[in-house]
Design a protein around this ligand. Structure first.
Ligand SMILES: C[S@@+](CC[C@H](N)C(=O)[O-])C[C@H]1O[C@@H](n2cnc3c(N)ncnc32)[C@H](O)[C@@H]1O
Length: 297
């Protein structure tokens, strides 16, 4: 009992010091982050930190924890330090070179699952780690998935996530590199297209946290002309969607009316869905207009 209290007291002090270091360096929720890094360094579940059955940290555990703390104090993202990020129902591998998937993007998976059924051809355009497409495929293993991205680093990580999370679905996944639809065969068509493109204009860089601005890949965040990029995504979808196909695109509230107007030019049905914070976040567009319909409007 005494030994347990000694050990517990030491861990509490250690985590208190760690939280103060993180707090001084501007990290939000420093206590929680210190605990998270401690668990990652010792490969412990969070509930085991103060358990009387937990082993006292050894020298190499403490070295790893200190190294993690130093990186986090320099505002490196938590997910790059631990190498993983939970998204939807799975833990995805991430590292510098790929965007860390965001919770608001999970909504794309949820909308797609509620709006689609059957054995579909699916495209995740601007796939990054593959989080959106792989999460959907794991729920609908009869589908076929293409993951496309311009970044070689992102495609390597997407491939690792496929191998780790969907090893039995390997035959159903294709990974391709290139500029938007240029990565595909010109006649390749899909029932469902997801896209979360880089939509931050460089004039917004000053509002980003250091974790994002200094560590996540610029090509995954910024675009000099987001409306122009959305135009290519929405118009290109009309060539690559099957009849009654569904397009789901994540957007910044800054571009909501521009993107909606673009989609209404090309699709029979287009609407915006708000995220959990009440911001317009996702374009839902269904059935590309036939050429004759576009001429009439
Ligand atoms: C905002 S990240 C989205 C990553 C992932 N889908 C997610 O939601 O976590 C945008 C991705 O688009 C890729 N990208 C940027 N420009 C592109 C282009 N012109 N064609 C294809 N991919 C592009 C980046 O490499 C990056 O992986």
């Amino acid at each position: 009992m005494e030994a347990f209290q000694l050990k517990r007291g030491r861990i509490v002090r250690l985590l208190g010091l760690a939280a103060r270091l993180l707090g001084r360096n501007g990290v939000d929720s420093p206590g929680r982050e210190a605990e998270g890094l401690y668990c990652a360094a010792l490969s412990l579940p969070r509930h085991a930190i103060y358990s009387d059955r937990a082993e006292a940290p050894g020298r190499s555990d403490l070295q790893r924890f200190r190294a993690f703390l130093r990186r986090r104090a320099k505002r490196e993202p938590f997910a790059y330090i631990t190498g993983t990020r939970e998204f939807y129902k799975h833990r995805f591998r991430v590292r510098p070179g790929v965007l860390i998937p965001r919770p608001e993007t999970e909504e794309l998976v949820e909308i797609a699952l509620s709006e689609t059924s059957g054995s579909l051809q699916v495209l995740d355009l601007c796939a990054g780690s593959g989080a959106i497409g792989i999460s959907y495929l794991l729920e609908r293993p009869d589908c076929r998935l293409v993951l496309a991205d311009l970044s070689r680093d992102a495609l390597t990580i997407a491939e690792e996530n496929c191998a780790e999370l969907a090893p039995t679905l390997k035959e159903r996944i294709q990974i391709v590199g290139g500029d938007l639809y240029g990565a595909l065969d010109a006649r390749q068509t899909f029932d469902l297209i997801f896209c979360n493109p880089p939509y931050i204009h460089p004039d917004e860089a000053g509002s980003l946290e250091p974790e994002v601005l200094h560590h996540e890949p610029a090509e995954a965040l910024f675009h000099a002309d987001p409306p122009g990029l959305y135009r290519r995504i929405v118009k290109g979808a009309t060539n690559h969607l099957k009849e009654d196909g569904l397009l789901l695109v994540e957007l910044s509230p800054r571009w909501d009316s521009t993107v909606l107007a673009l989609a209404r030019d090309c699709f029979a049905r287009a609407e915006l869905r708000r995220d959990r914070g009440g911001q317009p976040r996702i374009l839902i567009a269904r059935r590309p207009l036939q050429r004759s319909e576009t001429q009439r409007t």
